[in-house]
Design a protein around this ligand. Structure first.
Ligand code: ZN
Length: 205
């Protein structure tokens, strides 16, 4: 029990420091996770409080937790129920992963962001600095053949179109925006620019 307590106090201190670091947004404070075991289930009692504080839909957040913890469960009022016994530390770590992935701006670290969907791609829009980034759900390990480079040509499939009319393709952890492409098209794309895991290209014949 003592090491769990230690973790909690560490977390509290880290969280208490965080809002000052990230921005002036005083409203952003991550609640303490209240986790209990009830019969064969593990309950996160104040799940709703997290959703409210982070301004994310309970369905989205819970789906992530179930997937990452490798368990099933359900929403029940304010509470989230996990089937089986799940360690508190695991739950807390996965909550932190969710916040890093789906809440904090990748550019400035502000929690004041909006999660949107463009086709099948989730986008994080920062209200503080204006940065717009596709959600990087997993930092994928790129093998050399998955890595893409500027000025090279790749065969890509356009899986969707964003609201500006650009095609969206995926390759090895990159999201590639392709001008004048149609959904479902398989095209040869020349990469003109890469920024982190986003690339911009044009169709070549
Ligand atoms: Zn930002």
């Amino acid at each position: 029990m003592t090491d769990i307590f230690d973790y909690d106090s560490l977390l509290k201190r880290a969280m208490a420091l965080k809002p000052k670091e990230v921005d002036s947004g005083e409203r952003f404070q991550i609640p303490d996770a209240e986790i209990i075991i009830e019969g064969k289930n593990t309950i996160l009692k104040n799940f709703k409080e997290f959703c409210d504080r982070l301004d994310r839909p309970p369905e989205h957040f819970s789906k992530f937790l179930f997937r990452e913890l490798g368990t099933a469960g359900q929403l029940q009022g304010e509470r989230l129920i996990f089937k089986g016994k799940v360690s508190s530390l695991d739950i807390k770590n996965r909550i932190n992963d969710y916040i890093k992935t789906y809440v904090l701006c990748y550019e400035c670290g502000s929690p004041d962001t909006i999660l949107k969907k463009e086709g099948r791609v989730e986008i994080l829009v920062c209200k503080a600095c204006g940065a717009i980034r596709p959600v990087n759900a997993k930092i994928e390990i790129r093998t050399p053949e998955e890595k893409i480079e500027e000025n090279r040509v790749y065969e890509l499939e356009i899986i969707d179109i964003n609201k500006d009319g650009d095609g969206i393709a995926k390759k090895g952890g990159y999201t590639v925006y392709v001008k004048n492409a149609k959904k479902g098209q398989k095209v040869k794309v020349k990469i003109e620019k890469i920024k982190k895991n986003i690339a911009f290209g044009i169709i070549v014949q």
